[in-house]
Ligand binder design. Structure first.
Ligand SMILES: [Fe+2]
Ligand SMILES: [Fe+2]
Length: 475
């Protein structure tokens, strides 16, 4: 007995209503999902009408429909990008064979692990961000937070769809476990460490959406190359949403910088105490937040040498970023790549088999991409005539995974003693005092068109609405 009209309730392009087994599985999972959303989704927001973008199809008209909705009624849909006819596997040992429409038995465990690990990050970030709505600097920002949250929820749906559809009973159990783990919880934490950190304030949120959602982009890009076609098609569509999350981060930090620079010019000072007294976030504090989020995020790519990474590539489960655009043999056997290690108190490069270094390859692609936005932030500072530049720290700085784990390296890339690290750590990473100061600025601003003092308004509203549009009706 089906009580849910799937084509209505769950917009989809996977013929949900024709797959009874899948329907039943989702019917059981959906109430648990909603329960999770109620418990762990945005705090105190159940009754708000929020101006949200909903995807009702994958074509340009359908994937971004805007309107006010209550978040628990959000239509979390299931979408795959259209199939490419006769798609071929284009890397690894199966190169040239037809892409898989089903899961090959021998790769089942690894594929499930990849999908579960990706799926776990989606609800984790919602949990990390659940208190932020209480201190939103404006309605515009509150709406953006909620947009990111419902889409992370949809990304969880996307992964649970794959688990239910292709992994039978194991998949259903994994789908339940995804709703049971909790970010930061000691006995049942989320799988990856960056997703167990807190996102305590809006500066952290903007840094997180800029840096950590960008990790999401790179992981999704690598999975979009997968030989398992449903995974490739699912992740391709997720990437269209991810772009907005990174925009929220990049523009958010840009607006913080813009407000700070205006205050610096008004008060004709770069004195941190004076700027803090004026209620804006000084640029050195921004740099320390950047150092923290950058370093924690690049750990997400995993150990610099990894036999799993080689296996995932050889077997065609996970490609490189823009695999299809690269001009090599897409097999990589016998090739090498440079990774870093600390030897005799110095950073040295070591050549290792490229297949084992594919985590590092993806991390380096990520680093290149993330530097772009930092340069755009610097343009804002430059335009204000202020001689300060933000910089991504050296990739060996503050690392907790792989051969650099625990090494004491300065943001410039110099190996330092324990004593030097201790003496400088508060200049390199946000101190308790920095976090307390940023927390002190967080107050709720809810009148349409009003913004907290520490952040400039955006240049434009959402979906061509004015900046002072009523993005959230609090009821
Ligand atoms: Fe996501
Ligand atoms: Fe995201």
């Amino acid at each position: 007995m089906s009580t849910i009209n799937y084509s209505d309730k769950i917009p989809n392009n996977v013929n949900l209503s024709e797959d009874r087994t899948l329907q039943r599985a989702l019917e059981q999972w959906q109430p648990n999902y909603l329960q999770w959303w109620g418990d762990m989704g945005p705090d105190g927001s159940q009754n708000f009408d929020v101006y949200l973008r909903t995807a009702v199809s994958v074509d340009p008209q359908g994937w971004a429909q805007f309107g006010h909705v209550k978040m628990p009624d959000y239509r979390w849909g299931i979408f795959l990008n259209p199939a490419e006819q006769d798609r071929k596997i284009h890397f690894g040992d199966h190169k040239g064979e037809a892409a898989w429409q089903d899961v090959p038995g021998e790769y089942r465990a690894n594929l499930r692990r990849i999908i579960v690990t990706q799926g776990d990050t989606e609800p984790a970030s919602v949990e990390q961000q659940r208190h932020l709505g209480l201190t939103a600097p404006s309605q515009y920002d509150l709406r953006n937070l909620f947009q990111v949250n419902v889409e992370e929820g949809r990304h969880l749906w996307a992964m649970v769809y794959l688990l239910h559809k292709y992994f039978g009973r194991d998949g259903r159990e994994e789908g339940e476990a995804l709703l049971e783990r909790r970010s930061g919880q000691e006995n049942n934490p989320r799988i990856l460490q960056a997703f167990n950190e807190q996102t305590p304030d809006w500066l952290s949120f903007f840094m997180f959406t800029y840096f950590t959602d960008r990790d999401g982009k790179f992981q999704l890009c690598a999975l979009a190359e997968s030989s398992f076609d449903p995974l490739a098609r699912t992740t391709k569509f997720m990437l269209t949403e991810e772009a907005h999350h990174m925009f929220v981060g990049e523009s958010g930090i840009s607006r913080v910088i813009s407000r700070t620079c205006a205050a610096m010019n008004e008060l004709k000072t770069d004195d941190v105490t004076k700027l803090r007294a004026a209620g804006v976030i000084d640029l050195p504090t921004l740099q320390r937040y950047l150092n923290f989020h950058f370093s924690v995020t690049i750990d997400l790519f995993g150990a610099d040498e990894s036999s799993n990474a080689a296996t995932f590539y050889n077997t065609g489960l996970k490609g490189r970023f823009e695999e299809g655009k690269r001009n090599d043999d897409h097999m990589l056997k016998g090739q090498t790549y440079k990774v870093l290690a600390v030897q005799n108190g110095q950073l040295v490069e070591r050549e290792v088999p490229m297949l084992n270094a594919l985590n590092e390859v993806l991390r380096d692609d990520y680093i290149k991409d993330s530097i772009g936005g930092v340069e755009r932030w610097n343009k804002v500072i430059e335009k204000a005539g202020i001689p300060f530049r933000l910089k991504t720290p050296h990739k060996a700085f503050h690392r907790n995974i792989g051969s650099l784990s625990g090494a004491k390296v300065s943001p410039e890339g110099r190996v330092v003693s324990d004593a030097e690290w201790k003496a400088n750590v508060d200049n390199w990473l946000p101190s308790g005092a920095d976090r307390a100061f940023v927390a002190s600025l967080m107050g709720r601003v809810v009148e349409p068109g009003m913004f907290a003092n520490w952040i400039a308004p955006p240049v434009m509203g959402i979906n061509r609405q004015p900046v002072d549009f009523e993005y959230v009706r609090f009821n």
